[in-house]
Ligand binder design. Structure first.
Ligand code: SF4
Length: 286
């Protein structure tokens, strides 16, 4: 099934099982659009997002289970790796876990290792205010090397809690964004995946504190990831079907029309494909 399957009656589709949910052919997890390389030192993530690409991959590889993905395990060899200067774009940190209070000292050490040779870093997080304050205060002298990207897929806390049960609330993410902005860092937002049909609420809330970009994206490989990562309850099937309906091609085209002239808004690859935009080069962040 492809994303062009827009003629199906969605109300009818919602009555049937999750097998009806679209599986996208584009399996990019977004890191290549934003960065030339990814940096991680933890296996597992307490946020336990239902749609997580890294969790699905770890379960597929039998290195994690649905239940123990939440347990964060520091990989010492990665943590202590020394970095050289990478030319041509930013290094994304992290991409397969998050920066959590539990491992904040290690995260700061890891960032120092990457930044010391002069690398540009894209810090991606569903941010804990405590962590963002500590990073902003620690790396004042590296401000020109750091771009923050905070993930916010909905302004509704119940929605965030359902899809990202261990992650901070909307208010904490906004407070983190505000802190980074007010302390003079470059800031951006990832609304990928968009988790409801009211992403305009997120865009309006973040705009005063964003210096760089707001990225909009769909939930990729929905069926595969939800099947790998979770127990498929009826509630999950209903919410997934609802989200699928909100992200059909005609809805995405309408969203594009709404924001296409907004210089802050950028479109993830799967949306570019739908609306006919060229895919950006690796690490171009465009
Ligand atoms: S924050 Fe990222 S790595 Fe962690 S569970 Fe969510 S999607 Fe996966």
């Amino acid at each position: 099934m492809t994303t062009q399957n827009t003629k199906l009656n969605f109300r009818a589709k919602a009555q049937i099982e999750l097998k009806s949910i679209c599986v996208m052919k584009n399996n990019s997890n977004g890191t290549k659009e934003w960065s030339i390389e990814s940096a991680n030192f933890i296996s597992g993530c307490r946020n336990d997002c239902k749609y997580c690409f890294s969790k699905a991959t770890a379960i597929y590889n039998k290195s994690k289970t649905q239940d123990d993905w939440k347990e964060e395990f520091v990989k010492s060899s990665k943590l202590n790796k020394s970095w050289r200067l990478r030319e041509g774009g930013r290094i994304m940190f992290p991409s397969s876990h998050d920066i959590t209070p539990q491992h904040l000292p290690e995260a700061i050490q890891f960032l120092k290792n990457i930044l010391s040779p002069g690398n540009q870093v894209l810090i991606v997080s569903k941010p804990h205010l405590e962590c963002i304050k500590a990073i902003c205060d620690e790396f004042v002298n590296y401000k020109d090397k750091i771009l923050f990207r905070f993930t916010i897929g909905s302004s509704d806390n119940a929605t965030l809690k359902f899809w990202e049960p261990g992650a901070p609330s909307f208010d904490e993410r906004i407070a983190s964004l505000k802190y980074a902005f007010e302390t003079g860092y470059e800031t951006s937002i990832s609304c990928e995946p968009m988790l409801d049909n009211k992403i305009g609420n997120v865009v309006a809330a973040v705009k005063p504190y964003v210096t760089h970009s707001v990225w909009l994206g769909k939930m990729n490989e929905m069926k595969h990831r939800l099947t790998m990562n979770t127990q498929l309850t009826q509630e999950l099937k209903d919410k997934a079907n609802q989200l699928y309906g909100w992200q059909l091609d005609d809805k995405i085209r309408a969203l594009y029309e709404r924001y296409k002239d907004d210089p802050l808004i950028r479109w993830k690859g799967e949306i570019k494909t739908i609306v006919g935009l060229p895919i950006g080069e690796i690490g171009s962040d465009e």
